[in-house]
Ligand binder design. Sequence first.
Ligand SMILES: [Zn+2]
Length: 213
Amino acid sequence: MVAHRGILFLDEAPEFPPRVLDSLRQPVESGQVTVSRANGSVTFPARFTLVLAANPCPCGLSGEAGRFCTCTPSVRRRYLSRLSGPLLDRVDVKVRLSPPTRAELLADRALTESSATVAERVVEARERAAARLTGTPWRLNAEVPSSLLHGGWRLDHRVLAPLHRAVDVGTLSARGVDRVLRVAWTIADISRRPRPSADEISLALTMWMGEEL
Ligand SMILES: [Zn+2]
């Protein structure tokens, strides 16, 4: 797989045929892809970061100030429903982007962080995760199996309260629980905390659900 240990980016994801999108579920879950042919099947490593981009509607103008979207509600619903629940379940972070405002475009860029500064923070967070994972076959929080998340890395029940509530009301699936936990550990690593608190759990949950931060 060309995307192994890299990034697989699908722009305008709802335009892809449903069978293509659904075929991503297995490699995203297992880090492997199995190709079956009449004379047998072959399994390749496929641990990649999946990035999906989608417009809010087919014309792409919905939600833009001063622009007029001509899509009917049913067209809009059908468009977004092409990204199925089981696929979105496996997407850890969902972010809604709005077009930059004039003020943002004209803002002093000297006050914004450079990519190099952010990259340093990412490297440091990855080192913290790797140090915690010393002696295991894993290096990244994304690779940590469910058994460790709920075993050696188990968090206090008060810290997990936001997760338990989300499961109780049905907004978070069982698979989602593990994904939110892994992101919460990553947020803790970025924040230089030894382990996630309820704040990191809530933030990871908010990002998994795709709500406004
Ligand atoms: Zn539209």
